[in-house]
Design a protein around this ligand. Structure first.
Ligand SMILES: [Zn+2]
Length: 182
């Protein structure tokens, strides 16, 4: 993705996110209200109290192809179990009680917060374009931490793990070209 293209679509995507979150705000509840027992051993209380969940029949995706990003059509049409925008994430109702899925989306909440929306979207789009959804770096990171959560009994700080992984991942050598210059 070129800088010019990103500059053109970023306001559209940011506007869509703002509108979507505002529309869903009244249906959102903090993840703490689900009563999961393991998450508090992996995420600090403040993050859990401020991360909002909306249960939906189908998770909302920005209309990327209509914005001219036709190559993301497959991603846009994916019927995902969950998706995250800033501190709010959407979970397909049939997955509502999957603590593992909530764990995964909370990794994205941290990624959004650490990078801020503009950098997050630039990196995410770049990874999606170069590697596809499942192999894009931010998904690889979320899935690999989720595998640890699923298989290992020993808790760890996801925030600390994210910080060090993100530092490597967003180092200038791996950044989308247009983010390298300040
Ligand atoms: Zn994910």
């Amino acid at each position: 993705m070129t800088e010019q293209e990103f500059r053109k679509v970023y306001p559209l995507i940011a506007g869509w996110i703002k509108k979507t979150l505002a529309q869903q705000a009244s249906a959102a509840r903090p993840v703490t209200s689900f009563g999961f027992s393991r998450l508090p051993h992996y995420y600090d209380a403040q993050l859990l109290a401020s991360s909002m969940v909306v249960l939906v029949p189908k998770v909302p995706m920005p209309p990327l192809s209509a914005m001219g990003l036709d190559r993301f059509r497959e991603f846009e049409q994916m019927d995902a179990g969950g998706t995250t925008y800033l501190n709010m994430y959407f979970v397909r109702a049939d997955q509502a009680h999957s603590e593992s899925l909530h764990f995964h989306e909370l990794v994205h909440v941290i990624q959004w917060r650490l990078l801020g929306p503009e950098k997050f979207l630039a990196f995410y789009a770049d990874g999606l374009e170069r590697f596809g959804y499942r192999k894009s770096p931010f998904e690889v990171m979320a899935y690999s931490l989720q595998v640890r959560f699923d298989r290992e009994a020993q808790p760890f700080s996801v925030e600390a793990a994210c910080q060090s992984l993100m530092q490597d991942m967003t180092s200038p050598g791996d950044s989308p070209a247009f983010l390298k210059s300040p």
